[in-house]
Design a protein around this ligand. Structure first.
Ligand code: CAA
Ligand code: NAD
Length: 283
């Protein structure tokens, strides 16, 4: 299947990163969010990332301009009427994703693949909101998208083989490494990562150590590039909570119970780096 034009839903940290790498790989990209100012914010991040590459002499000014020209703004899902692939990167919430997929299913051409960048939600359930479950697939990028090599690819129960192959090929064209995993809550990445982050939050909650000490132990002791509390702020505490809730609901085991401190921070609007405050504060 030939894919030339893509639509990315959600211009937040993941959607903007995905739009950037797709445009850099030569695809025509429509970047969609609820409001024009949100799309412009996402484009601003892409512009900044590309300028850094120009400074480092990895791109010329001309190449940067060409990449930016390949990205168009959208605030209307109706724009999916002439795209070959949609990658959804809106908020980690099943109701929101099902509404988006059901809407896209009515608008996008029959050949269009509908992929989701969900961190943890069942692909099969999202696919069931459409009349094309064979064309729905998980394409889970890692944050920050321009840097991280992995894309977890997750088939729903009905995903067609040719859809899987197309997504695998596209992942290669983005210079990323696809790894196929099965459709279970949290897949592999967040089944393993998020309980560690949640445990780090419990460690803070129970007063075992300060946030700085917890992060230092994991950075210096385990060679992690970021401590777990810094990483939680980087991912977004709302996203961390949604993922823990998906694991808890999906497996029913108490070991996945979200830490009350995580819930409290999300209720306070302390969502991490993106809101300027989480476990740490940011300018
Ligand atoms: N966007 C684009 N590029 C970025 C970036 C960003 N947000 N942050 C850093 N970079 C680039 C820098 O420009 C730099 O590029 P070059 O080496 O080409 O010059 C490179 O990354 C390294 O950056 P720094 O030297 O500034 O900083 P660093 O060495 O500390 O690396 C990091 C930054 C790559 C983010 C590193 O700290 C890291 O790997 N952290 C862990 C990230 C991680 O675990 N991601 C997975 C999160 S979980 C997930 O994504 C799944 C989910 O569903 C929640
Ligand atoms: P974010 O909060 O930075 O951005 C989400 C964006 O989606 C916002 O700009 C919001 O306005 C937009 N949005 C919400 N509802 C929408 C709708 N109906 N239509 C269009 N846009 C809508 O979140 P993020 O960190 O970019 O996460 C997005 C998705 O990617 C989530 O499913 C998340 O689980 C997943 N993900 C996140 C990470 C991470 O580290 N943050 C990593 C991998 C996957």
């Amino acid at each position: 299947m030939e894919v030339k034009k893509l639509m990315i839903i959600g211009a937040g940290q993941m959607g903007s990163g995905i739009a950037q790498v797709c445009a850099q790989a030569g695809y025509e990209v429509l970047l969609n969010d609820l409001k024009d100012e949100l799309v412009r914010r996402g484009l601003g991040v892409i512009e900044k990332n590309l300028s850094r590459q120009v400074q480092k002499e990895r791109l010329t000014d001309g190449e940067k301009a060409e990449i930016l020209q390949r990205i168009s703004k959208s605030t209307n899902l109706q724009d999916a009427q002439d795209v070959d692939l949609v990658i959804e990167a809106a908020v980690e919430n099943m109701d929101v994703k099902c509404k988006i997929f059901s809407h896209l299913d009515r608008i996008a051409p029959a050949h269009t693949i509908l992929a989701t960048n969900t961190s943890s939600l069942p692909i099969t359930e999202i696919a069931a909101a459409t009349n094309r479950p064979e064309k729905v697939i998980g394409m889970h990028f890692m944050n920050p998208v321009p840097v991280m090599k992995l894309v977890e690819i997750i088939r729903g129960l009905a995903t067609a083989d040719e859809v899987y192959q197309t997504i695998e090929e596209i992942t290669h064209t983005l210079s990323k490494v696809p790894v196929e995993v099965n459709d279970f809550p949290g897949f592999v990445a967040n089944r393993v990562l998020m309980p560690m982050i949640n445990e780090a939050i419990y460690t803070l909650y129970e007063g075992v150590a300060t946030k700085e000490a917890i992060d230092e132990v994991m950075k210096l002791g385990m060679n992690h590039p970021m401590g777990p509390l810094t990483l939680a702020d980087f991912i977004g505490l709302d996203t961390c909570l949604y993922i823990m809730e998906t694991l808890h609901d999906g497996f029913g085991d108490d070991k996945y119970r979200p830490c009350p401190l995580l819930r409290k921070y999300v209720k306070a609007g302390w969502l991490g780096k993106k809101t300027g405050r989480g476990f740490y504060t940011y300018d």
